[in-house]
Design a protein around this ligand. Structure first.
Ligand code: NAD
Ligand code: TYD
Length: 346
């Protein structure tokens, strides 16, 4: 079972597993919130080893029925509320899905697996944001103390703690990974990169929080999916692995790079798109810098990113320009309401 498979990262993980492992039956369990979109999986939806089940991870009864039906031997758990700005507007929705939902899944998994834990695995997908915010120097390692500062990262940190608690207390076989910011195709345009691509294309202002000095480490989503595949198959039970792109960017530098790529792709004069940059009120509690040390994953399991950032960004821009229908669908309806609420008063 892969939870959250209709979302951004989940859809890449589902696609990779369905295509690479025809001998696995992949059950994609997703509640199809605003962020879940079955269009993300159109290319594999009729594969014989793929099934979709619409369900909410907080609904233990339905999840139990699905465990009965499919006898899952592994769970890769990605379903979550995932956007920091939304967590500032509605923190309890994050507690419900990320904390209660994860604890419910752990509980049902334990109930079904406790007689025989051999060859079972609960893989929890988490974020580097649980570690808090860095100054100019240093990196997050697997032993960095948790110090979450947004409702989103607090809810993810809590879910991580429950995963480790089920390992230590009940012996549930678990593995956990904490990844940096992803970018790539099928990314919902509330997050920085797809929002900028969409706005540049439409000649709309590019809202940059504060002075644009915050730093993120960016990883191509397909490389995250490859890392999940590696950890799922070769990671040590009870261990956690950091995943990162070795690729730190200040937001303002990133937006300029993206504007240059978009000018070229759209046949605009160099500098035209950058005129859309608009500095807006900063995010409350905005973490300054994330930087991840992914050397454990590299040394122990041999994973490393496959793509340079500029190449990955170009591929991403190409995908958005070639998939206007996708962006039109996801930005119709509630998206506009969220956008107005988030940016109108800034
Ligand atoms: P996303 O918001 O694009 O997708 C989340 C998916 O979960 C959606 O399909 C949604 O319908 C589903 N979902 C939400 N609530 C649910 C519920 N109660 N029951 C069942 N399904 C539900 O998120 P994403 O960016 O793909 O992130 C996936 C996971 O990876 C999350 O756990 C996130 O914390 C983690 N992560 C994300 C990033 C990133 O840069 N996006 C980085 C590191 C880790
Ligand atoms: P985001 O994509 O929301 O990821 P996260 O906050 O989880 O790292 O934001 C990435 C960075 O971009 C972060 O420093 C906040 C900033 N940002 C903006 O400046 N403007 C925006 O409109 C958004 C959505 C983010």
């Amino acid at each position: 079972m892969i939870t959250g498979g209709a979302g951004f990262i989940g859809s890449h993980v589902v696609r990779l597993f369905v295509n690479k492992y025809p001998e696995y039956l992949v059950v994609n369990l997703d509640a199809l919130t605003y962020a879940g979109n079955l269009e993300n999986l159109r290319d594999i939806e009729s594969a014989p080893n793929y099934v979709f089940e619409k369900a909410d991870i907080t609904d233990q009864k339905t999840i139990s029925q699905l465990f009965e039906k499919y006898e899952f031997d592994a769970v890769i758990h990605l379903a979550a509320e995932s956007h920091v700005d939304r967590s500032i507007i509605d923190p309890l929705a994050f507690v419900k899905t990320n904390v209660l939902g994860t604890a419910s899944l752990l509980n049902v998994s334990l109930g079904f697996w406790k007689k025989n834990m051999n060859d079972k695995l609960f893989y929890h997908v988490s974020t580097d944001e649980v570690y808090g915010s860095l100054g100019e120097k240093g990196f997050f390692t697997e032993t960095t103390a948790y110090d979450p500062r947004s409702p989103y990262s607090a809810s993810k940190a809590s879910s991580d703690h429950f995963v480790m608690a089920y390992y230590h207390t009940y012996g549930l076989p678990v593995v956990l990974s904490n990844c940096s910011n992803n970018y790539g195709s099928h990314h919902f345009p509330e997050k920085l990169i797809p929002l900028l691509i969409n706005n540049i294309k439409k000649n709309k202002p590019l809202p940059i929080y504060g002075k644009g000095e915050n730093i993120r480490d960016w990883l191509w989503v397909n490389d995250h999916a490859r890392a999940i595949d590696t950890i799922f198959h070769t990671g040590k039970k009870g261990e956690k692995y950091n995943i990162g792109g070795f690729n730190e960017w200040k937001n303002i530098d990133l937006v300029h790079l993206l504007c240059r790529i978009m000018d070229k792709k759209l046949g605009r004069k160099e500098g035209d798109s950058a005129k859309l940059i608009t500095f807006v009120k900063d995010r409350a509690g905005h973490d300054m810098r994330y930087a991840i040390d992914a050397s454990k994953l590299n040394k122990e399991l041999g994973w490393k990113p496959s793509l340079q950032f500029e190449e990955g960004l170009e591929k991403t821009v190409d995908w958005y320009l070639a998939n206007e229908e996708w962006i039109d669908h996801v930005t119709s309806g509630n998206y506009q309401h969220y956008y107005d609420q988030q940016y109108e008063k800034r």
